[in-house]
Design a protein around this ligand. Structure first.
Ligand code: CA
Ligand code: ZN
Length: 323
């Protein structure tokens, strides 16, 4: 190699300086954007107006309202006394720059900070045992540290999760209380910190909305409510281009989980299992039949919730078994 001429050396210095400037811009790219819980929607559709804009790489700190819009303050506030037009609010929608139909909106749940109390309700006619609820019953549960205080003898560790996370659906507007191919009220306990939620983009900007956090909820959500609470959800957003994704799926630790929502539980299971089998076909280069066999040996079919307008099943693959 011959020694650099002066002009070349100057050029190198300039490029290095530009490099430093470039790094500064890159650091600026992941902005932190706060979104107040005052900006909420009860349904989401193509006419919904964005209340904030974010770019891929940005971190959003999103305040969420509880699913009763904070109308329940004590055990005296039974469900008949609240305005049902105000249930299941979600904060948003947030326009994600660069997200276009056919893309995937990637939402990494970084943390969920729950309020210091949660609310549960039992409502005659609702939940898995609807005819057996005689008396509308409300519990307001203190959350102290990492514990939900049930009574003096029983407390449960918190396991914070997001109930509603979605984008604008295809077609007619959908109430935030319903799940579907757009995400929405999936009430899936796995959607906690460390979970990556992948959602199909149907409109320009995707229109992310998040709400309905639970300090804790078991699979099934059998009585119709989790431990419903206000929260602050911190997420990072990203966009994957031209994926053609049709339905939500989750990634957490080594697991990938395909979600199917339908009014019929069996059909919901078919939707989730079909997506899991297609995934196995793709990553292992298998025929449908081979992947179907493999699925029966390793895809865990689980119930996310049994109580929303559509029921949600998830089909889980432990990817450490595949490689
Ligand atoms: Ca919910
Ligand atoms: Zn909820």
């Amino acid at each position: 190699m011959k020694p650099m001429g002066k002009a070349v050396a100057l050029l190198v210095v300039l490029v290095l300086m530009l490099g430093v400037v470039g790094t500064g811009l890159a650091a600026d790219k992941g902005r932190i954007i706060h979104v107040s819980r005052e900006h909420k929607v009860f349904a989401i559709g193509e006419s919904s107006t964005p209340i904030a804009k974010a770019r891929p790489g940005d971190i959003l700190v999103i305040e969420t309202e509880d699913c009763f819009d904070n109308q329940i303050q004590s055990s005296e506030d039974v469900i008949e006394s609240i305005d049902f037009n105000r249930v299941n609010p979600a904060t948003g929608p947030i326009y994600i720059e660069g997200a276009e139909p056919g893309d995937t909106l990637v939402v990494d749940i970084l943390s969920i900070e729950v309020a210091d109390r949660g609310v549960m309700v039992a409502i005659p006619g609702m939940g898995v045992l609807p005819d057996e609820v005689q008396t509308p019953t409300t519990r307001v549960l203190p959350i102290v540290g990492n514990k939900i205080i049930w009574d003096e003898n029983l407390s449960l560790p918190i396991r914070p999760m997001v109930g509603v996370i979605g984008v604008t659906p295809k077609g007619d507007p959908i109430p935030c209380g319903s799940p579907g191919d757009h995400g929405g009220n999936m009430d899936t306990a796995e959607i906690g910190a460390g979970c990556r939620v992948n959602l199909p983009v149907n409109v320009e900007g995707a229109m992310l909305h998040i709400g309905d956090c639970h300090a804790r909820q078991a699979d099934g959500e059998v009585c119709v409510s989790g431990v419903e609470c206000r929260a602050v959800v911190t997420v990072r957003v990203d966009v994957k281009k031209n994926t053609g994704l049709e339905r939500p799926y989750l990634e957490k630790d080594n697991r990938i989980m395909f979600l199917g929502s339908h009014e019929d539980l069996y059909t919901a299971a078919q939707i989730a299992v079909r997506d899991a089998v297609r995934y196995l076909m793709k990553v292992k280069n298998l025929s449908f039949e081979e992947a179907y066999l493999l699925a029966s040996a390793m895809v865990e079919v689980r119930i996310s919730q049994l109580v929303d307008p559509l029921l949600t099943i998830r089909a889980e693959i432990d990817q450490s078994l595949l490689y």
